[in-house]
Design a protein around this ligand. Sequence first.
Ligand SMILES: [Mg+2]
Length: 416
Amino acid sequence: MFALVDGNNFYVSCERVFNPTLDEKPVVVLSNNDGCIISRSNEAKALGFKMGEPVFKRKELIEQNNVNVFSSNYTLYGDMSNRMMKTLKEFSPEVEVYSIDEAFLDLTGIQGNLEEYGQTIRATVYKNLGLPVGIGIANTKTLAKIANKIAKKQNGVFVIDSERIRDWALRNTPIEDVWGIGRQYAKMLTNMGVHTAYDFTRLDSNWVKDRMTVVGQRTREELLGLSCISLETIVKSKKNIATTRAFGKKLSDINTIAEAVATHAVRCAEKLRKQQSVANFVTVFIHTDPFNPNEKYIYRSVTVTMDEASNSNPDLAKAALAGLRKIYIPNILYKKTGVIVSEISSEKNIQGNLFKTTDREKLNKISKVTDSLNAKYGRDKLKLAVQGNKKEWKLKQEKLSPCFTTRWEDILKVKA
Ligand SMILES: [Mg+2]
């Protein structure tokens, strides 16, 4: 049996943990640069706010209803997510972290009533973190996803453990809500009169394979209770790592843009060090606003090969800045830049360069000290001079909540 545990309105719930005055009030969280609505409380959903809607279109509705609006605080959500996953690991030796607020648990061998077990998981997550979650339990991952959706409408836990319950669940699941059925396939199926997950299981298996490849066939089997998708608990090292951000406002000055590029490169280096790997290529891109009809869209990018694969801040920043100087054209207003590192390998066997004598040990020491100081005192407390500190390129985050769980000065004060 699998359990799918999924946070309810996760980002909004994280904000509420530290600000109980938001309970039972409409709350929305915005995407990067305060652009679109990406998380809504139930009260906000009831007011008609839609997922992914640009916030400027809903100014009036927000003001009329005193809706609480927040910029996304990924430091807070990421940390709450780590804590949630830690709690979930107490309930199963095999946990697949599926997204920031979702995890599959292997419940093989759990004795007793699974509904009760689910309620215990829910209560423990709530007690440890103050986060509400829904739990779906079934013998395939695809059915566990369906059970999870039903759980959220009921008392938080739903178990599919008989054919009768499975049929009922499938009949009540629109085809577009089935995990693994993309929008295109959902459209095709609806046009053919396949409206629910149940209808889909009635189709001929070979027909599904012809039209929707083995992936579709697998989904059909999973809906029928035959487990085809196993738990993926091993975190694979990423093939490439990217850090990209739109600027808070459009920029033209190369020095300001260089601050952003160097900072993105440092972020990539940090991620590489976290997974004990190094990268050989550094790609930098820069582009203008693609949505502005009044100016020509310009996109430029370049990939720089480093002398030696590395994960140190100065190496990656140097390569990224060399790339920026190659692609930068003056007197243009840029909207976004990013750094991508690729050709990633283990830091344990770095191919040396005959013509370069790197004091790798020294670089590693510097990285260690930098990481530990920044972990203690906050991101970028120790940084390269080229990262600058004017932060003119920074994201628009006008409604950012404090980092309650990761920054000393942001810890809540309790007055008794
Ligand atoms: Mg969720």
